[in-house]
Write a protein of this length. Structure first.
Length: 171
């Protein structure tokens, strides 16, 4: 994640929303580590917060992160999805509904299939779908599961994902 974010300028024209499987009641340093590696503002998403460009939002531990049609966050403590809360599928499915073709969904390294159903929803909505090249992923199960859906537009190493995002940014 930090390898992708570290080159993006503070003027990056899109919000970035991150779901990482996190353990409840265990302090982690996700936001602090990401903030130390990138020039975008990093923060945990809050209920009913409006989503704006120039921020990296993270899903709070033990909450599903959803996006409302009005481009606001919603937090839910519903059942686990793919043994996860937060779940990537939940985020991607709600984001596909809210953003339609104006969405880029990226699956990186991970040890289960979370995100693969969401990738299908993003593709059906007209969004762009990207999976990290499983050969470079530390845990290839997640990108492989997404690729097996046949809903991935691009299979790229981290550097190519970073370059793609950089092309979206004004100079």
């Amino acid at each position: 994640m930090s390898a992708i974010l570290e080159k993006l300028p503070s003027s990056f024209p899109l919000p970035i929303i991150v779901v990482q499987h996190r353990v409840k009641d265990q302090r982690d340093l996700l936001e602090e580590v990401l903030q130390s590696k990138c020039s975008l503002k990093v923060k945990q998403a809050d209920e009913k917060e409006s989503i704006v460009e120039g921020f990296v939002y993270t899903a709070p531990p033990d909450y599903h992160l959803l996006i409302e049609k009005e481009h606001e966050f919603s937090l839910a403590s519903d059942e686990y999805v793919n043994f996860s809360r937060p779940s990537i599928d939940v985020l991607f499915e709600s984001a596909a509904f809210a953003y339609r073709q104006n969405l880029i969904a990226i699956i990186l390294t991970g040890a289960n299939s979370d995100g693969s159903n969401g990738i299908v929803a993003v593709k059906k909505a007209g969004g762009v779908t990207i999976a990290q090249d499983p050969q470079e992923a530390r845990y290839p199960a997640m990108p492989l599961a997404a690729i097996k859906t046949n809903a991935i537009n691009y299979i790229w190493p981290l550097l190519q994902i970073q370059n793609y995002l950089m092309k979206l940014s004004p100079l």
